[in-house]
Every structure is written in C-alpha cells, then in structure tokens.
Write a protein that binds this ligand. Structure first.
Ligand SMILES: O=C(O)C1=C[C@@H](OP(=O)(O)O)[C@@H](O)[C@H](O)C1
Ligand SMILES: C=C(OP(=O)(O)O)C(=O)O
Length: 664
C-alpha cells in the first residue's frame, strides 16, 4: 500500500495559511445555487468534498464559472434546481449528501444519490423520516436507513411541525433548515432528542442569514422559518480558513515548542472548531488569537527555569484532561493524539458521533494509538488515552488510516514524539486537505539558514552541508534571476508588478547540486548573464514579487530538512530556523576567491576592480534601509577568511548537530 514515512521531528514552528473551510464551502455553494442572483465565492476549499458538490450542482443545471484562483461565480437558480432528472455521486461528503437530499426532495424531480461504500454505511434515516413527514418521496435503494437514495416528485405539505432527531448527526437539521426556504411557506422544525454538534447549526444559521433568510429559534429545540423569505445573493462571500484543519498545526505548536501560527481563522470565525484553541489552552498550551489568526506554543514549564521566556518550557508536557467534546467532534480527534504528549491519562467524552463518520473513529483511534504504545480504553461514547508508561512512543509504527483524512492528519503528530512514523494511504487527506503533508513539513522540517555578503562562499558551503545531511537546498538569490528569466520567456514586462508576482507565485524552480532548473530545464548559465543580473534587481525591487517569493521559499521546507542560503533567510523567510549562520570573509579573501573562480572558468579578470566592486556592494548592503545585511543576534558568525571549505562545512555541521541534540 502507498505510504508516507515521516522522519523524527524535533520542533514545530512557522506559519500556515489554511485551506478554506469544508463546512462553509459546501453550504455557501448550495445556498448560492438556490439564491436569486450571482454569487462570487472566494477562497473556496479545493478538495474531494467540494469537488463532488461543484460537480453535482453543475449536473443540476447551476452555472458555475471560475472567477480566479479558488474563486467561483455561481449563477443562482432563484428556487429549486432547474434540471429535473439526475444521478449524483457524492463521494463521502456528508456536507454534500445530506443537504442535497433535502434540497432535491423539494425540487420536484427524479434523482438518485449515491456515494462511496462508506457513505452507504453512514445513517440518513432521521433526515428521510423528517422529509417523509412533509410528503416528500425519498426511497432507499440499498439498506433501509442508508444511502443510496432515490428522490421522486411529491406534494409537500408544511402544515404541521417537522419532528426530527438530532442525536446522530447535526447535518440532518442543517439539511432541512437550508432546503425549507425553497417552499416560501412557514416551516417549523421540532427536535425530538438532544442535538449534537451544535456549533455546526450556528454556521448554518449564520450563512442562511447572509443569504437573507432568518430563522427564529427556541434554544436548540424548535426552529421556525417564516413565510415569504427566499435566498438572495450577498454578492461576494469569502470562505474562512478551515478551523478543523487548523487543529493539527496548533497541536503541533503546543506539543513541539511553537510558535505555530495559522492564518485564515481567528476570533471572528463562525466555526465552532476554533474552540479547539480553548481546549489546548486548558491543557497548558499558550494560545494567542487575532481577528484572522491563531497561534500556539508549548506550555511554560514550572520546573525548568529558562533564561528567555520565548524558549521557556519547550518540550514540557501538556496537562492531562477530561473533557466533553460534543461541540468539536472533528477537532476532538486531534486531542486524542495530543493525549500521547500529556502528563497523565486523558478522557474524551460525548463523542458517539465518531462511530458513524468516515470510519468508526473510536475503534480506529484506539487501535492505532495502541500501535504507538498508548494504553487505550474505549466505551460507547468515550475514549481514555494514557500515554505510554515509559513516556517513549513506539518507533516505526505503521498507521492505518481507514480512508479517513483525519486519522492521517492526526497521526502525523506522532513524529513530534521523537519517533519516525509511517502513514498508510496518506492521500486520503484529499477529502478536505490535499496538500496537508506539505504544509505540515513547512512547520516541522529543520532549516539551516546561511546568510552573508556576496562572494563569501556561502553557496558552496550550503550545498555541501545539504549533501552531507541529505537535506534539500535553496539558493534564494537565484530565485530573483529565475523570476526575471521566466518573465522574459512569458513576455511579461518587468514593470508589470502583478504579472511578475503571478510568475513568482507559480515559479517551478529546482536546485540540484550546482544546477538550477526552471520548469525542468537547465538554466544554470542563462540566469548568470549580465542581462538577467540587471533584470533580477528590477524584479527584486517589486514588493508583490518579494511577498510571493516568501511563500515560494517557505515551500522548499520539506523533510528531512533544508539548507537555505541568501541574505534574509534567518531574518525574514525562516525566522524559526534551527540554525542561523552569518557566513562572511574579509573583502580581500572574497575578491581573491571570485578572481580564482573567474580564471578557472577561462574569464579574464583583474583583482583590483573586483575588490572595489565588492567594497561598494558591502557598503550598499549594510546601509540600505530595508533589511540591511548584518549578522542577527541569534546567528552564529562564521568567518571563513582563514578556513578551507571543508573546515567551514564542518563548523556548520557541528552547530546543526548541537541544535538537534539540544532538542532531544
Ligand atoms: O455540518 C457540518 O459541516 C459538519 C457537521 C459535523 O457532523 P455531525 O453533525 O454529524 O457531528 C462534522 O463532524 C462534519 O465534519 C461537518
Ligand atoms: C465527519 C466529517 O465529514 P462529513 O462532512 O463527511 O460528515 C469530517 O470531515 O470529519
């Protein structure tokens, strides 16, 4: 089976821009489809769950066009779906299957809805019962109570309240709430049981209101949609980052030092899963929150006095917990794995809904946690996880993921316990977060940042260090040359900031030994031309290009690690680098090295102008107002004037070893 081996990871620190929220994406798509007018949906999640929703809506006659990266223009039907016959495949997306069932039941057509095998094991009876009460014709095509379903035209009668259970999934209530305004009549829903996963109903009500439909409610037991309301497009709607996806990164920050910051959700979020941050705080993690970001660091250790508060408590344990997690069923899985890093047994309560999700998550979680050495007890609706007695996790566990994205994402955290871990079928993360592991590597892979002036030999040293450690190598200075070359090839003018920035954002550059590849072609020589030198300084002055290249450069941070050389690696691009080095040499030594290089290449050279040129550049670099080149306080100084390349490489390797050993 396809697998991903995650190496031992010592620290998590960095920033992640979150993908769009699954729950918001699929709700907004459906509401926009039923609304009057066109809606531009920005920052939509691109994953399996949203793809099945988009495909279904198109099949049902909704015009949906691309409106830029991750943006769509949805032409609303101003009522029920125009296409009256369709067979829809909805994968394993609960947020597509349940709401579409209800909307189609009120669309007076002939429809079939099916999904993957697991979807056909996920209950839907409570929703079908609710729909049947108002006269809808919904039939089971397989086992009673489960998909696949057939929906037929029917006479709908809303004269009596719809009685529905809420104790298996909140998505049934969400589905009814979103579909009923299609009838334009007063509709009342009464819950006959306790309602689970309540914050998801808040998301539903919030988004319905943005599309112009208000729901009156009596607590969580009775919901009324007054007659005469219908959905109207709000114009443009932005999808927040996914708060459940944020949980893995925040947990990583809490377990392995941090700070880890997620961008795209924060204090203003409408998603209940932001409460995961509160749960982490109750475990001792240090949490910060802004309007649109959340940050997590490890707990302050009461035992180890630390010279600097920023480093205090790295490696100290989380507090054991006993929590009712009914309000955050998805992010709760992350807590089950975080329990491996706690100082005692942890209990997760009121999580019965885990049994009917992508897999039986209580069984799956218990089985896989035992593989890494945890002691696990399970009940109908609870799980108790005790970290291994010795505090050491079992290395090299092969984690089965049960086609459950959250199992795969959760268990990546195990590597932060100082053991390698194998994730089987890692691509199951495509349900909600296709590039999860790349993003996770970007906050966990160790970075050695080597900055310094021109001709200091940092490129040669960086390449050799990367080879010795088996790490990747980033020659950041070349990126600007590559952007200039790619701009020329694409015929984009160097004064077109947005155009050049778009090229920078999509740049496909690779550093292989001393070869530089652009979209797979060797351009090592081409980017060194005088023309490209001049062009690169033009593009490097464009703020949008610099911003785009920061993301690009961070994307080189992959396992097992990265050596990055340049001028702002330790200060701007990788401020959390494990090792920072300021590599320099006297201007005379640098001039002589450059001279020898040129002679070796057969280029006629004279040492005096080279010396003069370097002096002038040093002066410019040190005195410029934006990020002047100088050694940062946290960087090691490596003066190579009197050192051979081998000695310089050994010095860097020594610091790298110390940094990693210090984290063990
Ligand atoms: O409405 C939603 O967007 C969701 C509701 C929750 O399901 P339940 O209500 O079944 O717990 C959650 O687990 C799911 O991932 C998304
Ligand atoms: C339960 C989940 O998905 P669904 O929307 O398919 O219910 C989930 O994403 O954890």
């Amino acid at each position: 089976m396809n697998h991903l081996d995650i190496p031992v990871l010592h620290r998590a620190a960095g920033t992640v821009r979150l993908p769009g929220s699954k729950s918001i994406s699929n709700r907004v798509l459906l509401l926009a489809a039923l609304a009057q007018g066109e809606t531009v949906v920005a920052d939509l999640l691109d994953s399996d769950d949203t793809r099945v929703m988009l495909a279904a809506l198109r099949q049902l006659g909704i015009g949906i066009e691309s409106a830029g990266a991750d943006s769509y223009r949805v032409k609303g039907a101003a009522g029920p779906f125009p296409i009256k016959q369709a067979e829809l495949f909805l994968g394993n997306a609960g947020t597509a299957f349940r709401p579409l069932t209800a909307a189609l039941a009120l669309s007076a057509g002939h429809y079939q809805l099916s999904g993957v095998a697991r979807m056909h094991e996920r209950p839907i009876r409570d929703l079908v019962d609710g729909l049947t009460q108002i006269g809808a014709e919904v039939r089971y095509l397989g086992n009673a109570g489960f998909p696949p379903l057939q929906v037929l035209p029917a006479q709908i009668n809303l004269s009596a309240p719809i009685q529905v259970r809420g104790d298996v999934s909140s998505q049934f209530l969400t589905a009814l709430l979103m579909a009923l305004p299609l009838m334009g009549q007063t509709a009342v829903i009464e819950m006959t049981t306790e309602l689970i996963s309540k914050p998801y109903i808040e998301i539903t009500l919030n988004l319905m209101a943005r599309f112009g439909v208000k729901v009156e409610r009596e607590g969580w037991s009775r919901f009324t949609i007054a007659a005469g309301q219908r959905y109207v497009s709000p114009g443009t709607i932005h999808v927040e980052g996914d708060a459940s996806s944020a949980s893995y990164f925040l947990a990583a920050g809490a377990i392995a030092g941090g700070p880890v910051r997620v961008e795209g959700v924060g204090r203003n979020s409408i998603q209940g899963d932001v409460a995961f941050a509160d749960a982490l705080a109750s475990l001792g993690a240090r949490i910060g929150m802004g309007d649109n970001w959340i940050e997590a660091r490890g707990p302050l250790s009461a035992l180890i006095p630390s010279p600097s508060p920023a480093d205090a408590g790295e490696g100290s344990k989380l507090r054991a917990f006993d929590l009712d997690l009914n309000h955050i069923p998805d992010a709760a899985m992350t807590l089950a794995v975080a329990a491996l890093f706690a100082d005692g047994p942890c209990t997760l309560r009121n999580i019965a809904s885990w049994r009917v999700k992508e897999t039986d998550r209580i069984v799956a979680m218990a089985t896989e946690l035992r593989k890494v050495g945890a002691i696990v007890e399970e009940g109908d609706d609870w799980l108790k996880v005790s970290p291994p007695y010795t505090s050491h996790l079992t290395p090299h566990a092969s984690i089965a993921t049960y086609d459950d994205h959250r199992m795969a994402m959760c268990f990546s955290l195990v590597a932060l316990g100082g053991v390698p871990v194998r994730i089987l079928d890692p691509n199951c993360v495509a349900k909600t977060f296709p590039d999860y592991f790349d993003r996770f590597a970007e906050i966990t892979a160790p970075v050695i940042a080597i900055d310094g002036p021109s001709a200091s030999g940092k490129g040669t040293v960086a390449q050799r260090v990367a080879n010795a450690l088996g790490y990747g190598y980033l020659d950041s200075g070349s990126l600007y040359r590559l952007v200039a070359l790619a701009g020329q090839q694409a015929g984009v003018g160097y004064d077109d900031e947005a155009g050049i920035a778009a090229i920078a954002a999509a740049l496909s550059a690779e550093f292989r030994g001393d070869q530089v590849l652009l979209s797979g072609n060797d351009v090592t020589e081409a980017i060194r031309s005088e023309e490209m030198s001049a062009a690169s300084s033009k593009v490097a002055a464009l703020p949008a290009v610099r911003a785009a290249l920061i993301e690009r450069q961070r994307a080189y941070r992959r396992w097992p690690g990265l050596v990055a050389d340049g001028r702002d690696m330790g200060s701007v691009v990788f401020p959390q680098a494990e090792v920072k080095i300021f590599l320099t040499a006297s201007v005379e030594a640098r001039a002589e090295r450059r001279y020898k290089q040129l002679i070796a290449k057969g280029v006629a050279a004279n040492i005096r102008p080279l010396l003069q040129d370097l002096r002038e550049r040093d002066e410019r670099d040190a005195s410029r107002s934006v990020a002047p080149l100088r050694k940062g306080e946290d960087a090691h100084l490596l003066d190579t004037t009197e050192l051979s390349i081998e000695q310089a490489v050994d010095a860097v390797l020594g610091w790298a070893r110390d940094a990693v050993d210090g984290k063990r």
